[in-house]
Structures are given as structure tokens and as C-alpha cells.
Design a protein around this ligand. Structure first.
Ligand code: PLP
Length: 397
């Protein structure tokens, strides 16, 4: 007998994947250019030139055994040191290379953290709307998945609801800013408020409550908005970072966990991170990409394309009568659906070959996500169809 739970997970695709697969079939039927596929957060801008240039150099200049061999389980020291130095310089932080663990992207970073911190009965809180895989990762670590709905108008945490979700079993809270699916950024005031609430609750319950900060979109911010660096605000914090989106390298699987050195049991936490990595088999992140990272820190793919897409789409859609919080980062627009059933809305959008993701996968309802990481040409071409959809709902004439 195999694990029925795992078989169920393997068989059931997320709504995002369902729509993405539907899009592939539709593109084969009517031509790629006639389908407006806003389903998936796959970067549409190529990796910056420096990535391939540096990779070519590394491959040419590194001894083959070293290039392709196992690294230290937690990652090469040179890479971890470069990351710590870079963050300490740019964020005025105090990261320690000996508390950084290289991972295969943010997905592994999160999974490792949840396994490292969870004891039986523990609960981990996420704010909705949330990245759908959190539920899988958290329940996979045998923790209880607890949802704290955000304020529907701002899509920022509702502090009173949040406080009511914290109890003696709360082990951690996940934050994701810039946010997938909403594009919202938690600015300094939000981080300070969350940190204050958690400090108070830690005192009340007499144990640490960690913040796990999921940051694959950290640099994807527009209009010069600053994303606060969490370890500067909250001691019991773990940062899960990924190069997937910022460098357009999602297939290469490279990221890291940084344990806040200000945590009182930081070295014990790091041991648990290393242990969870070992137990899950997530050791020795891809060697070539570990060697690349020190040479490309601070570089990004051309995010001006995403900004242009966001500006065009936000302006047009709000003119047509759709409502949406202005997204300051990531590459998602989260619109209120003009009917409460977001699945029905996404079905209607398909009539115009517009593929959007209903909110149900993100733990909310009455919204739909538009991933605008597509070409600007596709964005412009899709606008008349969004307008027709708005007319169908009586939002505009
Ligand atoms: N967290 C969020 C919010 C994401 O949107 C994604 C990917 O889309 C991930 C984590 C996983 O990222 P990675 O490709 O680095 O595993």
C-alpha cells in the first residue's frame, strides 16, 4: 500500500496548472498569439546577459570535477559569504555566512524551514490570499495550516483577525512581500506592527513565534518602493529567498535560507535547518549556479517590462470598471471579480481567450489573479477583450 495522501496530491493539479494546461491545448487549436495566457508566474523577460556570460566563463575556467561535484551540504562557503556580504551592505543587515543554507529555490527553502521548526500540534499561520503551495508544504511538515484573512480592501493583514489566530500552539507566521497573488508590498509600518504583535504574543505564551519571510519577488518592485529587510525588524526570523524571478532562472532551482543571527538560538536553528535539509534530501544546491551567484548579486532581469505591463493593464482595467489594489511589486494584478463566484468569472473570461486564475487556489474568493509576466504586445492585444468582458458585466459601455 502506498501513501494515499501523496497519491492524491500527485493526481490533483492546482487550478493554476489546470488553466495552464487548458491554455496549451487552446494555443495548439487557435494559435499561440490568440490566447491571452495570464495563468502562470513564469518570468517572461530573459535572464540578464551577465548570467550567460558569467556561466560561460565559469564553465571554461573551472576544473570539471569541481564544477560538477558535490558542494558542502549547506552550499559553498564562498557563495554564502558573498550573499551575506551583499545583503549586509545593501540592507544594513548582519547576516552570517555560517547561518545561510543554499537551496533549490524558495520552495525547498520553505519546506526545510517548516520541517526544521515543527513539533506535533504546532500551527503555522499564513495570510490569505496566499501562494497555494504553502498549504502543501506546511501540512507536509505535519503542522496545522491556519489562514488569517487579509483586509479585503487593502489586502494587507487584518491585525485583529491575526491576533485572534495566535494561540499557544502557534509556531510561525509566513509573510510574502511583494505578494503572490496580490502584488501588495508590506511596507515598514506593516512589518513593525506584525513584529510588535508577535513580540507580545511570544511573551504571553513563553516561546518563540517565528516569521518565515518568503521573498522570491524582493527586487521586483516599481516606483522606488522599499521592501523592508525582515531581520532588521524581528529577531526570530527566517528569510527564504530565490533567484527564480529576479534573474529569470526558475528552472535552475537556486535560492537560500538565511537564519537571523539575532535569534537567541540561531546556531541551534541552523543545525535544525541543516538536519531538515538532510532528512528531505535537499542538500548540495546546483553547483554551477552556486558558483554563478557571487558574480551576479545585485543584477536583475529587465523589470521595466513588468512595470510597463502593470501600468498599461492597471490603467485600462480600472478604466473599464474592474477594481483592484494597485500592485507595487511582483508581476500579478489581483482584481475583484464582478460576480462573487470567481471560478464562474474565470470561465466567462475564457470566452474571450483570457486565462486568469480564480482566487479559490489562493484561499480567498471574489478575486482573480492576472499574471502579467507576458509580452507587452500581448497585454495591449488583450485589452479589447477585457473591455468586452467588462461590458458583459455592465461595468462599462
Ligand atoms: N513563493 C512564492 C510566493 C512563489 O510565487 C513561488 C513561485 O512562484 C515560490 C515561492 C517558489 O519559488 P521557487 O521557484 O524559487 O521554488
Amino acid at each position: 500500500m502506498i501513501s494515499q495522501e501523496m497519491a492524491k496530491l500527485g493526481k490533483k493539479r492546482s487550478i493554476i496548472r489546470e488553466i495552464f494546461e487548458y491554455g496549451k491545448i487552446r494555443k495548439a487549436e487557435i494559435g499561440e498569439e490568440n490566447v491571452f495566457d495570464f495563468s502562470i508566474g513564469n518570468p517572461s523577460v530573459p535572464a540578464p546577459d551577465c548570467v550567460n556570460a558569467e556561466l560561460t566563463k565559469i564553465i571554461a575556467e573551472t576544473d570539471s570535477i569541481k564544477l560538477h561535484g558535490y558542494t558542502s551540504a549547506q552550499g559553498d562557503y564562498i557563495t554564502r559569504k558573498a550573499i551575506a556580504d551583499f545583503i549586509n551592505k545593501t540592507e544594513n543587515a548582519s547576516l552570517d555566512p555560517n547561518l545561510i543554507y543554499m537551496t533549490v529555490g524558495a520552495a525547498a527553502a520553505l519546506t526545510i524551514c517548516f520541517h526544521a521548526i515543527t513539533l506535533p500540534q504546532d500551527e503555522i499561520i499564513v495570510f490569505s490570499p496566499y501562494f497555494a503551495e504553502y498549504k502543501v508544504f506546511i501540512e507536509g511538515a505535519n503542522a496545522k495550516f491556519v489562514v488569517s484573512p487579509s483586509d479585503n480592501k487593502t489586502l494587507l493583514p487584518d491585525y485583529e483577525i491575526f491576533k485572534s489566530k495566535i494561540n499557544a500552539n502557534t509556531k510561525a507566521v509566513v509573510i510574502n512581500s511583494p505578494n503572490n497573488p496580490s502584488g501588495v508590498i508590506y511596507k515598514e509600518d506593516v512589518i513593525i506592527k506584525l513584529a510588535d504583535i508577535l513580540r507580545e504574543k511570544q511573551k504571553e505564551y513563553g516561546h518563540p513565534i517565528y516569521i518565515v519571510s518568503d521573498e522570491p519577488y524582493r527586487e521586483l518592485v516599481y516606483d522606488g518602493i522599499k521592501v523592508p529587510f525582515l531581520t532588521n525588524y524581528y529577531e526570530n526570523s527566517l528569510v527564504c529567498y530565490s533567484f527564480s524571478k529576479v534573474l529569470s532562472l526558475p528552472g535552475e532551482r537556486i535560492g537560500y535560507i538565511a537564519v537571523n543571527p539575532k535569534m537567541s538560538d540561531a546556531s541551534e536553528m541552523y543545525a535544525a535547518i541543516c538536519g531538515a535539509g538532510r532528512s528531505l534530501g535537499f542538500i548540495c544546491a546546483p553547483s554551477i549556479f552556486q558558483k554563478l551567484i557571487p558574480n551576479v548579486l545585485g543584477q536583475t532581469s529587465d523589470i521595466s517590462v513588468y512595470k510597463e505591463n502593470r501600468d498599461i493593464l492597471y490603467k485600462a482595467l480600472t478604466e473599464y470598471g474592474f477594481r483592484c489594489v494597485h500592485p507595487d511589486g511582483a508581476f500579478y494584478l489581483y482584481i475583484e471579480t464582478p460576480e462573487p463566484n470567481s471560478i464562474a468569472f474565470a470561465e466567462k473570461a475564457k470566452k474571450y481567450e483570457l486565462l486568469v486564475v480564480p482566487a479559490d487556489d489562493f484561499g480567498s474568493s471574489g478575486f482573480a489573479r492576472i499574471a502579467y509576466c507576458v509580452t507587452t504586445e500581448q497585454i495591449k492585444k488583450s485589452l479589447p477583450y477585457f473591455k468586452k468582458l467588462a461590458i458583459d458585466y455592465g461595468l462599462t459601455k
